[in-house]
Design a protein around this ligand. Structure first.
Ligand code: MG
Length: 420
């Protein structure tokens, strides 16, 4: 199929055999996340690309999609200067697989230019430019653009217009029905040869042309031939709070299909010794005793750490932090807990909820319960509503009843991708 667009640029629907991979061709994805769009803002007040989408920041979906694609060598994100902290939180989950971010400019066009300039001199041959606010980009869409780029100066994901288009006059009365046969809605990713698009962007900036709304229009303006490849209605840009709500439902359904919930349990005991404070669930409670142990002996966090490790089938606290190793002497147990959380994230999972029960005659837990929940919620980066802390005595029975020590049990539920 051949179409001729408004600007006289010939575009072609790409249908063909799977693209032959050229491992030598350095293709980088540039994700533009520098916008200030606040119509669908994150709860923190940060822009929509950091909003929560089914338990993960929206931006992380696009990053993951490109990092996971074998045709993409690396991913670089263009961020707003005010978002460095938010971005660091997103990037942490990907470790060193992400190139350092670059700070964007006042407009999208300027942000892309800065991103391209930051990649210059790195022998990048092809670049795929993508909007952070399109979290549903699939490997098929990326593949299509890469394949299009094998044969053309540029290739972009696009969707043929399905609605009937009306042209209206100033009073909202239809003036004409616009033929839609040759009309497409441009999406991203948009792929180009790196030198071509950098040159086109630089020229547009030098000539003060700043009205372009996507990179393909800059490429067209510069005389490049840009092909259309198959986008998807799901690959929509999230702009409004309503878009975000729809995306939530879609992503939740997708996540539920591709993941499973696993649970784990943990149990721990530490004995009392003379001292002046006892650490329980991340909170220091002044007392005339302490708990004995190699780390800070936080029996609650130890049981909790084991429950998370149990849920992902990854050994136990003693295996990862051997008590025989002097470096853990007096260590803060939150270190162990955050390491367990990191192991969950490493598997692409997330913690659904955790619950701890402390068994002791003293200290009294009630007055500290909320501080404990808050401490655990902060370490695990969970909503406090997903953290339970309870306590019981054992009616004077057993070692806890004789006030010889404290026991703790815990359970954790973890959502993990299903791996066959
Ligand atoms: Mg212990």
């Amino acid at each position: 199929m051949l179409y001729t667009g408004d600007m006289g640029v010939q575009v072609r629907w790409i249908i063909g055999a799977p693209r032959e991979r050229f491992p030598g061709v350095k293709t980088v994805a540039l994700i533009v996340a520098a916008g200030r769009g606040t119509r669908a803002a994150a709860s923190s007040g940060a822009p929509k690309q950091y909003a929560d989408l089914a338990g993960r920041p929206l931006l992380s979906y696009a990053i993951a999609a490109f990092l996971d694609h074998p045709g993409i060598c690396s991913v670089k994100v263009v961020i707003h200067r005010d978002d460095a902290a938010e971005y660091a939180g997103v990037a942490a989950a990907f470790g060193d697989r992400l190139a350092p971010p670059v700070v964007g400019g006042a407009t999208r066009q300027e942000s892309v230019l800065r991103g391209l300039q930051a990649l210059a001199g790195q022998r990048v041959e092809r670049v795929l430019i993508h909007d952070a606010a399109r979290p549903f980009v699939s490997s098929g869409i990326i593949e299509g653009v890469l394949r299009g780029l094998d044969e053309h100066d540029g290739a972009i994901a696009a969707v043929q217009v399905a609605d009937t288009l009306k042209q209206a006059n100033a009073s909202g009365i239809i003036a004409a029905t616009v033929p839609r046969q040759s009309l497409w809605r441009a999406q991203t990713p948009q792929g180009f040869r790196f030198d071509d698009i950098l040159r086109a962007h630089c020229r547009a900036a030098a000539e003060g042309c700043s009205e372009f709304t996507d990179d393909a229009s800059i490429a067209e303006w510069a005389g490049l031939r840009v092909a259309l490849t198959e986008g998807s209605n799901r690959n929509e840009k999230i702009t409004t709070a309503e878009d975000l709500e729809m995306a939530q439902r879609l992503m939740a359904a997708e996540t539920a299909r591709a993941t499973e919930i696993r649970t784990g349990t943990g149990f721990d005991v530490h004995r009392f010794a003379p001292g002046n404070e006892v650490w329980l669930c991340g909170v220091a409670i002044p007392n005339d005793f302490r708990l004995e142990g190699h780390s800070d002996a936080d029996v609650g966090l130890h049981a909790l750490t084991d429950s998370i490790l149990g849920a992902i089938g990854d050994g136990d606290i003693g295996a990862h932090f051997p008590p025989s190793d002097p470096q853990w002497k007096g260590a803060a147990s939150q270190r162990f807990l955050s390491d367990a959380a990191r192991r969950v994230a490493e598997r692409g999972g997330s913690i659904v909820n955790v619950d701890v029960t402390l068994l002791c005659e003293l200290p009294k837990i009630g007055p500290h319960r909320d501080a404990m929940r808050k401490a655990i919620a902060e370490i695990l980066e969970l909503d406090i509503g997903r953290v339970g802390v309870k306590a019981t005595t054992t009616e004077g029975l057993g070692f806890t009843g004789r006030r010889e020590g404290i026991a703790a049990m815990a359970s954790a539920s973890v959502r993990l991708p299903i791996v066959d």
